[in-house]
Design a protein around this ligand. Structure first.
Ligand code: SF4
Length: 199
């Protein structure tokens, strides 16, 4: 019998190839949505709707955590914004591992492993921490070389594509560093030395 895998999905574009990859290796896979790091709420919903559409098209199982724990997330990351990605990964993978244990699934993983835009080295660290705490195995593989393969799967589907990582801090950084062309000076860069965000 195939081993059951609960795969945390950060967005449809990272999930696409990741799902295919683990399915091809024989896992009985369920996709799990829990991303209280995505702000604002309208952005969170757009990304969730895109994943739901992909689930309908491709026929994979999708479980959604109905909680949008934005306040808990902000409490965690604003204490130490320079370490915010560690807390962000921890919050999401902790919930994924907890859910996997509750559902008697042997392993958990995350689509974040395919993104070259994430702090990749933190992911196996956080995954192993949660593996030990919750007694569910964390499935790790560096899938970053397949990021463009994943985008090739979703491109023809015309699904919503985000423009920044997720949290309100990343939204600020994205528009600070890559302002829209017709901004009339609205997005002029702030003095970076006054910022506490991780670069
Ligand atoms: S930049 Fe991305 S990974 Fe880091 S805290 Fe913000 S949403 Fe999470």
């Amino acid at each position: 019998m195939s081993e059951k895998l609960l795969l945390h999905a950060c967005c449809c574009h990272c999930a696409a190839y990741t799902i295919q990859h683990w399915k091809d290796l024989g896992y009985d896979l369920t996709v799990f949505w829990y991303n209280p790091n995505i702000h604002p709420y309208t952005e969170h919903q757009q990304r969730l709707v895109a994943l739901r559409k992909m689930s309908e098209i491709q026929g994979f199982k999708l479980i959604e955590n109905p909680n949008y724990d934005m306040v808990d997330f902000l409490k965690l990351v604003t204490e130490k914004p320079e370490n915010r990605c560690y807390y962000c990964f921890t919050m999401r993978l902790q919930e994924t591992a907890r859910m996997a244990r509750e559902m008697n699934m042997g392993v958990f993983s995350t689509s974040l492993l395919i993104s070259p835009l994430q702090k990749h080295d933190l992911l196996p660290l956080v995954g192993k921490e949660q593996e030990q705490k919750q007694n569910v195995n964390f499935l790790y593989e560096d899938l970053r070389k397949h990021y463009s393969d994943s985008r090739r799967i979703t491109k023809p589907l015309g699904l919503y594509t985000q423009k920044y990582c997720g949290c309100i801090l990343s939204e600020y950084e994205r528009y600070r560093d890559f302002p829209p062309k017709d901004d009339d000076g609205l997005y002029a860069p702030a003095p970076r030395e006054n910022l506490y965000f991780c670069d």
